[in-house]
Design a protein around this ligand. Structure first.
Ligand code: PLP
Length: 289
């Protein structure tokens, strides 16, 4: 069913003065709502739910989660019911932000929980309770990352890309996307992830999904942490868009591009390295606030 909405993906080779080439794969153009990597992460989850005869999904996210929006929209499109367990009790009494308003518009039932409760999102006890409260729901973890998501993300790179590029770059949140890319990557390739979050925990998170060693994740460009920004980042994002006419957003893709440009400037890559950058989308959040 996901095949119907996958549109042809465009490529853009950046015009930069550097001894390497940088090509952007525009996954942000797959679909206006289920954009970028979320499309690949959801695909096999929805197929599995269908296979199990379920037509309801339940998932978890913060107030700005692209995964929440993508899941709400996919559910709407395929006639599923959806429940979003949202971090932050206090949000229940506030006007919905654009991310949550969009999710609700597409039929998602928002269920706000405290931060303490939210932290239990992977605990069998809590999941059991949710199962009673929301019976017959197919549960997708936070950020959509599970083995089915990784299976989907293995399809991000096609045969030509597995051949024609030396380095694959992507933005990292929960690590599901990069894990799929690593699993699919060729022997001659390396995968470089730019973390949107501060901390080393992603290394071990990704290690549980892959045994390969041809990858690296840096948090040097996370600007202090998830959803945090710096004047330098915002400035970079703006000038990048003016120069290359490719929209970015500040949570994931701008941090990745800023990091990549910095590494290129530092001569991190050897001469003539062919770099493919995965533009993972996330723009539905930016345009609406
Ligand atoms: C969710 C998201 C990511 C992170 O994907 P993970 O699989 O969680 O690492 C990267 N970029 C964008 C635009 C996203 O929305």
């Amino acid at each position: 069913m996901f095949d119907q909405i996958a549109q042809a993906v465009a490529y853009q080779k950046l015009n930069i003065k550097a001894p390497v080439t940088v090509t952007i794969k525009r996954l942000d153009q797959i679909h206006p709502q289920i954009s970028g990597n979320k499309f690949f992460k959801l695909k096999y989850n929805f197929l599995e739910a269908q296979q199990q005869g379920l037509n309801k999904v339940l998932t978890f996210g913060g107030a700005y989660s692209n995964h929440i929006d993508a899941t709400a929209y996919a559910s709407y499109l395929f006639g599923f019911k959806s429940v979003g367990i949202i971090r932050g009790e206090e949000l229940a009494t506030k006007p919905l932000n654009p991310t949550l308003a969009t999710a609700q518009k597409f039929g998602m039932q928002l269920h706000f929980v405290s931060r303490e409760q939210y932290r239990q999102k992977d605990q069998p006890d809590y999941l059991g309770k949710l199962n009673q409260q929301f019976p017959e729901h197919f549960i997708i973890p936070e950020g959509g990352t599970n083995p089915l998501a990784i299976q989907g993300c293995k399809e991000i790179l096609n045969a030509q890309e597995l051949q024609n590029y030396d380095v694959i770059c992507c933005a990292v949140g929960t690590g599901g996307t990069i894990s799929g890319i690593i699993e699919a990557s060729s022997e001659h390739q390396s995968v470089l992830g730019f973390s949107a979050l501060k901390g080393d925990f992603l290394q071990s998170d990704v290690q549980q999904w892959t045994t390969k060693k041809n990858w690296k994740i840096t948090d040097v460009y996370c600007c202090g942490g998830y959803a945090k920004t710096t004047p330098e980042l915002l400035q970079f994002m703006q000038s990048f868009e003016v120069e290359h006419h490719i929209p970015l957003e500040q949570i994931y893709t701008a941090k990745m591009m800023m990091g990549l440009f910095d590494l290129i400037e530092q001569n991190y890559f050897s001469q003539d390295t062919r770099i493919l950058v995965i533009h993972s989308g996330g723009l539905q959040g930016r345009h609406t606030g």
